[in-house]
Design a protein around this ligand. Structure first.
Ligand SMILES: Cc1ncc(COP(=O)(O)O)c(C=O)c1O
Ligand SMILES: [Zn+2]
Length: 414
């Protein structure tokens, strides 16, 4: 049973009946079709006592708040990831209440499985055979896995420098891969190629941002439900979110609003958007208090955090609202800080993250040093993707670019 009441375009306000199964606004205005639920209907079935009695641990545990029935889903174990109380890292930073949401532990090793499990279930419901995605790698690898199980063909449009681990996943899951050109001044060649293919061949678009698929925000929002369940519904002060297109952050904001609508939480934690210094258009706008339509995309995004290099923050409008409404913040971090966070997560807490997945921790450290987050605050850092996808980066960190150099044991030296 679906509790979706309607979909509403975030740009022009056009309303759509869920039965129409709209994907993009018919005005093609790059608005996201926000999914609106009937919370009155949901509240009878979705409460703390009922949740406690549920056995499933994946995202479908929260089925009433999802836009598609679990009956259509390829269930690979998406969601239900650990919330780690980071004691050693906390000690180092002087914090008692630091938690890491370890989303590296999803089926294809990134949080994108939450989004793609929902997006692909919708494609299966609509009996689609071909799905298309533009992605730096994680989202494409995820959609490819879900498509494989459903017998759908996944057409992945990826940048030329997508990591070997992510390409290996795509190959193995049987995706059709198109490597696109370099980013041209603020334009994303992967998105353009995906849209062309959607128009020409009628593929179902399923990239992990809202304007081209309404269901992408709906999967990641389950992170919030899990956090509150895992903390026994205790309050939180801040959630740090590595941010590229802003879809994940929009999901976090939606999850918080869902829980508030259902009277399951009282206040909101502050949502913090963390971007790399080499691609921080959204953070800059947040810090200046500029409006979304004033955002100037980074002409040539650059960072070790490949998942955070979307030149245009497709879901930035809602992400900015989420940050503002929760009295949150935006913070940019250097590549050096991000690589230090990769090391700290592994060395202190045993979590192997890729740079994009570790950036939230860099943001926390910077805000702690500025006094914008307090040491007594109850803080969750989202760790969003696994380092196993980019092992070269780690080897480079320890041994230098060509595997030689840095610190070889002295007995090997003449
Ligand atoms: C590991 C990882 N973390 C965070 C993000 C950022 O998510 P979003 O683009 O929804 O802001 C991405 C996006 O690709 C990612 O791959
Ligand atoms: Zn519209």
């Amino acid at each position: 049973m679906s509790f979706v009441e309607r979909l509403v375009c975030s740009k022009c306000g056009t309303k759509y009946d869920p039965g129409e199964n709209p994907i993009m606004c018919r005005k093609r205005d790059l608005g996201r079709l926000d999914v609106v639920y009937n919370y009155n209907g949901i509240s009878n079935r979705f409460n703390r006592r009922r949740l406690e009695s549920r056995r499933s641990r994946d995202i479908w545990r929260y089925e009433e708040l999802l836009p598609v029935s679990s009956g259509f889903a390829q269930r690979l174990g998406e969601g239900g990831t650990p919330l780690v109380h980071a004691r050693r890292l906390g000690e180092k930073l002087g914090m008692k209440n630091l938690y890491l949401k370890d989303d590296t532990r999803n089926p294809t090793a990134s949080f994108k499985d939450r989004a793609m499990a929902v997006g692909s279930a919708k494609a299966i419901e609509l009996k689609k055979r071909d799905v298309a995605i533009a992605s730096s790698g994680n989202a494409a690898a995820s959609l490819a896995a879900y498509s494989a199980g459903a017998g759908m063909v996944c057409h992945a449009f990826v940048p030329p420098d997508a990591s070997a681990g992510k390409i290996a996943q795509l190959l193995l899951y049987g995706a059709s891969i198109t490597r696109c050109g370099q980013v041209k001044r603020g334009e994303d060649a992967t998105v353009q190629a995906m849209l062309d293919a959607v128009d020409r061949f009628g593929y179902y678009p399923c990239p992990s941002f809202g304007p081209f698929n309404p269901y992408q925000v709906e999967g990641p929002k389950t992170i919030v439900y899990e956090l509150y369940e895992q903390r026994d519904w205790e309050g939180l002060d801040a959630i740090l979110v590595p941010t590229g297109s802003g879809c994940l952050l929009t999901g976090i904001w939606k999850g918080l609003r869902d829980l508030r609508e259902l009277d399951l939480i009282k206040g909101y934690p502050r949502i913090v958007a963390v971007q790399p210094a080499g691609n921080q258009a959204l953070v800059r706008a947040i810090r200046k208090g500029a409006s979304f339509d004033r955002i100037i995309p980074e002409p040539y995004p650059e960072s070790v955090a490949g998942g955070l290099l979307d030149p245009y923050p497709w879901d930035g409008d809602a992400a900015m609202t989420g940050v503002r409404e929760t009295r949150g913040m935006g913070v940019s971090v250097s590549d050096r800080d991000i690589l230090r966070s990769v090391r700290e997560l592994a060395a202190c807490e045993g979590i192997f993250a890729e740079p994009s997945g570790a950036a939230g921790l860099s943001g926390l450290e910077k805000l702690l040093s500025e006094g914008a987050i307090g040491k007594d605050d109850r803080v969750v850092v989202l760790v969003t993707g696994s380092g196993l996808k980019e092992p070269d980066r780690v080897i480079e960190m320890f041994e230098g670019k060509n595997g030689g150099g840095a610190k070889k044991p002295s007995r090997n030296r003449p």
